[in-house]
Design a protein around this ligand. Sequence first.
Ligand SMILES: C[S@@+](CC[C@H](N)C(=O)[O-])C[C@H]1O[C@@H](n2cnc3c(N)ncnc32)[C@H](O)[C@@H]1O
Length: 224
Amino acid sequence: MPESAARRRTRFIDAAIEEYSAGHSTGPDVHQSTLQAVTRERTGRAAGMQIGDDQAVLMEMIVRAMGAKSAVEVGTFTGYSALAIARGLGPEGRLLCCDVSEEWTSIARDAWEEAGVEGRIELRIGPGLETLRALEPVEQFDFAFIDADKESYPRYYDEILPRLRSGGFLLLDNMLQGGRVIDPSATDESVVAIRSMNDTIKQDSRVAVVLLPIGDGVSFVQKL
Ligand SMILES: C[S@@+](CC[C@H](N)C(=O)[O-])C[C@H]1O[C@@H](n2cnc3c(N)ncnc32)[C@H](O)[C@@H]1O
């Protein structure tokens, strides 16, 4: 399989259009490419959990454009999305990363150090919900990214939204579940939770949302 096909991240956009778009977008730099290669080598098929290059660049640009200084991520894996957020935050920014895996996040730690962003990131190992619930009530974020266990998305949303500043962004990954959200025969726990999350966000008067068909579907939620 050619590298471009192996890196396909969406089934919702025509392959040739996706390739053309990728060819006219900022690509990964040496730190990001190295992290992708190391992740493939050390995690095998799990490497497919990394967000795509387009999403990483978009997240970095949004975080930078917002002038965000504080961010939280639930679901860090080997650190690719966190690297994008940390770069957008700049040297004064702080990113709290939540994950349950010491093994996968050890790859992240090395990559962050390589890229010189390790001082901006605090990694807490443990169930994301426990980490969020243990935060000081005053802790507020400009930007948040949810990309962990799908069944817990509604609870992550409930914990994070009150901590998001007005005008802040919350991005949620895998919101189309490979298209299964519109397949009535798909009733597994992840799809049911994501459908419910999509309905909840759409009806939430505290936010504006756009669900974009990049990657596996990314919801861009802005707190009003
Ligand atoms: C899809 S991957 C994240 C990919 C990452 N955002 C990236 O772009 O490389 C999901 C991650 O969620 C973590 N995870 C699963 N259940 C979790 C939980 N209850 N709390 C925190 N993290 C969890 C997994 O260990 C895994 O690293």
